[in-house]
Design a protein around this ligand. Sequence first.
Ligand code: HEC
Length: 140
Amino acid sequence: MKLISRKQMWSNLSLGSIALLFSSFALAQHTAPWNAPESAKSQKNPFPPDKSSIKRGKDSYITECARCHGETGKGNGPAVVRLDKVIPPDLTNDQVQNQSDGELYWKISEGRRPMPYKKKALTDDQRWDVINYIRSLKGK
Ligand code: HEC
């Protein structure tokens, strides 16, 4: 029986640990809490949650968000079947609604896989309006 060289053994070991490192990283990514930076949390929504802001927010939401989050935020949009591992949370529940507007704004702007970031698809104003729409879904 041929013994493998010391060098070969080390390279096998390190390949194994690299693979392990990557898989635990992938797992950690999906279970790690998602926190906005402190500076983002206190940012204020420039628009009062009136009818016209909610209406504008709904229009953007329907084109950019509903395919995953569902029209009323329940997380049952038609694209959810294509997501594996991470599914969208129910936007009407406290875990989301108890976050500040600034916090939600930051998350919607930055995204986190598989949730796409929206800095390009929506203007700043549109993202604030979307938050007013999400607020209007609370308790529905
Ligand atoms: C491709 C599907 C997809 C699209 C499109 C999408 N999201 Fe998401 N969203 C997700 C997933 C998946 C999560 C959970 C991400 C996580 O926890 O890592 C999420 C999380 C969220 C959260 C909760 C963050 C938290 O604190 O847990 C908010 C708020 C949100 N999305 C809003 C939006 C808005 C608003 C839009 C449209 C502008 C949008 N999303 C578009 C899939 C999507």
